[in-house]
Ligand binder design. Structure first.
Ligand SMILES: [Fe+2]
Ligand SMILES: [Fe+2]
Length: 235
């Protein structure tokens, strides 16, 4: 690991290997986690949402979102292959244990969980590894669309008082499942990512950023309760 801050821009896979194996390992971990989690999300949530969607227009939107999430998996996979990584192994995040049973839960999920993905991708816009930076710049508009779709459909739902309890429960459940998404407060991986200029924020800073955005949406825009979230999380 470097002692001085690493401020180089790394143009491609060959340049990453020239920096050294520690750099390849660090950038590889970030890419691999996106490879796994984009696929896990598409399989667990986005593809099942097509069947849960109540009408043709919602099915069309769910198809588009599922297509984009599978596409994110394939595009991160290409980066992993270029670096010579086997990105298929390793754990997926706890959020994918959430059992999706309704279209209402899906739209809340897109509003809150995809916001977590947006928070993680936004900081990679300044990543030292340029292929990763360029990819997230291309993918962020799609993730922003997923969040804005989720927010718009959730706002529509809560206009019906009968739907409020379902939305409130989904908020509580999904926030609980998503807190670990950002990693532990004490994280050697995150230290390496920051040392190599791949990420800028600590895991707790990213978590707090996500909580701030979601709390603003849930309390400020929906008028519902947002659960208390401790920014420190160590499993
Ligand atoms: Fe995605
Ligand atoms: Fe997404």
């Amino acid at each position: 690991m470097t002692t001085a801050p690493f401020t180089d821009e790394v143009a491609d896979a060959d340049a990453a290997h020239a920096v050294g194996p520690d750099y390849v390992q660090a950038v590889g971990k970030v890419i691999s986690s996106h490879v796994r989690n984009e696929l896990a999300g598409a399989v667990a949530f986005d593809e099942p949402a097509i069947a849960l969607a109540p009408g043709p227009r919602e099915k069309w939107l769910a198809c588009r979102i599922a297509m984009e999430e599978y596409g994110h998996h394939l595009k991160f996979s290409r980066l992993a292959t270029e670096l010579g990584l086997d990105a298929g192994s390793g754990r997926t995040l706890s959020v994918f244990d959430y059992q999706l049973t309704s279209w209402a839960e899906f739209v809340v999920l897109k509003a809150l969980v995809d916001e977590a993905e947006v928070v993680l991708m936004e900081e990679l816009v300044a990543a030292s590894y340029l292929p990763l930076r360029n990819l997230v710049v291309r993918l962020l508009p799609e993730e922003h669309f997923h969040v804005s779709f989720g927010k718009a459909r959730t706002r529509e739902l809560v206009a019906d008082p009968a739907a409020v309890p379902v939305v409130q429960q989904a908020v509580y459940d999904l926030v609980g499942f998503t807190v670990p998404f950002f990693g532990r407060s004490v994280s050697a991986n995150n230290e390496a990512f920051r040392a190599w200029g791949i990420k800028q924020r600590t895991n707790d800073e990213s978590r707090a950023h996500w909580v701030g955005r979601c709390k603003h949406f849930v309390e400020g825009e929906l008028g519902l309760r947002f659960p208390h979230v401790e920014p420190h999380w160590n499993g």
